[in-house]
Design a protein around this ligand. Structure first.
Ligand code: AMP
Ligand code: MG
Length: 335
């Protein structure tokens, strides 16, 4: 996704105390740039494995998924649309994405590319499109159109795609799979705003993950103690732009064509599945606090979440009750 707007650098927000592990294995780490952001991999190598090789494996896999997803961005060329439909990995990912679109009633919609483009988020030349421009573009998007194109195997009917809202989640899932296949049982991936935990610390204890303060990028507003989970945050502070005192988020409401503007500052999703966590963090941000609460309570997916609102109140779901710590006001625990 190199064509996207200038990177907003994420620094690792893991409060990992990397000491005191029973196996006495030392963690190894690598930082690199991909998907317009800083990626960090920390792993506790198995005694028999070559740590540098495992880090290479993780880095190469992130770079590979970046290239794969970049090839699907925009799909302006019709032959690249055909490639998406014929590529088993991309079409499986798109199928998964479209299922989540259906389940979130289009709040997550990988066909938002023309709208994101119109607001200048890819070029970095931000602008506020006119209403009639947005209305015309809204006619061209819609996950249902992508569904029909896939069902009919018709590349000409495939809308332009933006898989950016699940890109890092997808990369995390494939890296974890590769590391696991190679015997790694304990690792932390911090891919931009996405943290993904493979197993637990070598002594069996949980990792501690810091949740970034949307109003102060250098600080955390909460911590979570977890093993084997994806922790993904979406927020209006990332990649946004300001004009005439108004902040415009990079996350678009596909129903209006406008950047999301509700009381949320950030949504963090905790789930077993990296792709789901990534897609849901975007979708719940679009839904707003009430919609997100209803979606959670519908029980459609198994996940937990942390909602941080503009008044700095924090809402969590019950699954996080015993592993969540914050100094902020806890507004409620959703059941
Ligand atoms: P994330 O940071 O994971 O929430 O993903 C946000 C990115 O996904 C944006 O930079 C856009 O490229 C794209 N995007 C924006 N709005 C949506 C949406 N409603 N559904 C899917 N992707 C979106
Ligand atoms: Mg996302």
């Amino acid at each position: 996704m190199k064509s996207r707007i200038a990177p907003f650098i994420f620094i690792l927000f893991l409060l990992t105390a990397l000491t005191g592990c029973a196996k006495k294995t030392e963690p190894v780490r690598r930082e690199f740039f991909s998907m317009d952001t800083v990626m960090q991999v920390i792993l506790y190598p198995d005694r028999d494995s070559d740590p540098a090789k495992m880090l290479d494996l993780a880095e190469q896999e992130v770079l590979r998924t970046d290239a794969l997803l970049t090839s699907a961005m925009g799909t302006a060329e019709r032959d690249s649309a055909a490639k998406i439909l014929n590529d088993s990995e991309l079409s499986a990912l798109l199928n998964r994405a479209l299922l989540i679109s259906a389940d979130t009633d289009g709040a997550f919609d990988p066909t938002v590319w023309p709208i994101v483009d119109a607001w200048g988020f890819y070029s970095g030349s931000h602008r506020i499109p006119k209403e009639d421009e947005l209305s015309a573009l809204l006619q061209t998007i819609g996950w249902e159109k992508a569904r029909s194109a896939m069902n009919a195997s018709d590349p000409d009917a495939l809308p332009k795609l933006d898989l950016g809202a699940i890109g890092k989640g997808y990369a995390a899932s494939t890296v974890k799979e590769k590391l696991h296949e190679n015997g790694v049982t304990s690792a932390i991936l911090s891919l931009g705003g996405n943290v993904s935990l493979l197993g637990s610390r070598p002594d069996g204890s949980d990792f501690t993950v810091g949740i970034r303060d949307p109003e102060d990028p250098a600080a955390y507003f909460a911590t979570l103690s977890l093993s084997d989970k994806a922790v993904v945050t979406s927020g209006s502070y990332e990649r946004s732009f300001e004009q005439d005192g108004v902040r415009y988020s990079h996350i678009i409401d596909p129903k209006t064509g406008h950047p999301v503007d509700n009381s949320l500052l950030s949504v963090t999703v905790v789930a077993d599945d990296d792709i789901l966590a990534d897609a849901l963090s975007t979708a719940l941000f679009v839904m707003g606090p009430d919609g997100a609460a209803q979606f959670y309570q519908s029980g459609l997916y198994d996940f937990d979440m942390i909602l941080m609102e503009k008044d700095r109140s924090v809402t969590i779901t019950q699954g996080l009750k015993n592993c969540f710590e914050t100094a902020e006001t806890l507004k409620g625990i959703l059941k």
